[in-house]
Design a protein. Structure first.
Length: 362
């Protein structure tokens, strides 16, 4: 960390554009601490204070999206957002396009934070204001692709609100109105145009498409090139693995797991454990042996230390490892618990595997 901070402080001779690119590159390389330190360095320049804060809040939101249960950065996100927002006070046309853009970043981060904390009123209010701010900035700076990336995301998420919020949306002014017909075209335009935000747009597009039953088959095409460009970022590797898994292409998933193991740093333990998890599924679906190394590491790990979105997947992989190791009683107990689980991360295909294993072991 000290080396990263030192590296950040050696950038005083760079212009803001160069420093912004370094921040975005560090984020894509998985070096979020360095990206944040660089953003804070940029914000020390009075002329680029809001840009630095906007980039920092994006870094923190990226980190939060990995593990939404973590509250480590909540206070900092709120502080940054409040500072960005106070420069426009929801009167976006009265400030510069640049300030409106940074203000939108503040509202967008607050919308995301409120959403993952279950505060849907605040999420709706800030979602609406984020879209208005981005639209105002883009209207006056239509060639700025950096604005189209979060605006495309905001449109998409506004059209995919939790069911309760969507049900009351026609009655309440604060629910953002999405524009899916603009969302993906904006994101594709950024992803197809060389520039500092191109690779980030590729990741966002892949992440959105992997959740769509009609488009998930093409999600891997967006992750594959950025895995090549950022081979040490385990999160991008995992996204590529996930794109193969949703298409039941377990052979390619196994190959992608092997690439992750070979390319990410040895101390990236959280990503290596998830690689072990997906390795179990890939091998199991192909009727191949799991292997003692992955089995041993999985059984030593604590499922409750994994991000919430992957917890049931992790527990089921552990159950498969238990069964393979000969501990049928522990595996049966775990399968039974998962088969009855009513939680958002207990995806149907996981429950289906648990039920099939229960039937086989009875």
């Amino acid at each position: 960390m000290a080396a990263q901070l030192s590296s950040a402080l050696d950038t005083r001779g760079l212009d803001a554009e160069s420093l912004e690119k370094q921040i975005l590159d560090a984020r894509l390389q998985g070096q979020l601490s360095r990206a944040t330190a660089l953003a804070q360095t940029l914000s020390e320049d009075a002329d680029h204070r809001l840009l630095g804060m906007g980039l920092e809040i994006d870094n923190l939101a990226t980190e939060l999206s990995w593990n939404t249960e973590s509250q480590t950065h909540d206070a900092r996100i709120e502080t940054l957002a409040d500072t960005l927002i106070e420069h426009c006070n929801r009167k976006f046309s009265r400030v510069s396009a640049s300030d409106a853009f940074q203000c939108g970043r503040g509202h967008f981060a607050l919308s995301f934070l409120s959403g993952v904390r279950g505060q849907y009123y605040a999420a709706g209010v800030n979602g609406t204001q984020a879209i208005k701010a981005f639209e105002s900035a883009l209207e006056r700076d239509p060639e700025n692709l950096a604005i189209k990336l979060p605006l495309g995301m905001a449109y998409y998420y506004a059209d995919h609100l939790p069911s309760f919020v969507r049900w009351v949306a026609p009655l309440l002014w604060f629910i953002p109105s999405g524009s899916s017909h603009k969302s993906l075209p904006y994101l594709r335009q950024v992803s197809e145009t060389p520039g500092p935000y191109q690779d980030a747009a590729l990741f966002v597009l892949g992440d959105l498409l992997i959740q769509s039953p009609t488009h998930r088959g093409s999600a891997w095409e967006y992750f594959a090139p950025i895995v090549t460009r950022y081979p040490e970022n385990g999160r991008i590797h995992l996204a590529l693995i996930g794109s193969y898994i949703v298409n039941d292409d377990w052979q390619k998933a196994e190959t992608a797991v092997t690439s992750l193991r070979e390319q990410i740093p040895n101390d990236a333990e959280q990503y290596r454990l998830m690689a072990d998890m997906w390795w179990v599924y890939a091998r199991w679906h192909q009727d191949k042996a799991i292997g003692e190394d992955a089995q041993r590491r999985l059984l030593k790990a604590q499922a409750d230390e994994q991000p919430a979105w992957v917890r049931t997947s992790f527990e089921l992989a552990q159950a498969l490892a238990m069964e393979t190791s000969g501990d049928r009683a522990a595996a049966t107990s775990r399968y039974a618990a998962i088969s009855q689980r009513d939680r958002w991360d207990a995806w149907p295909w996981l429950v289906d595997i648990a039920n099939k294993r229960l039937e086989a072991l009875q």
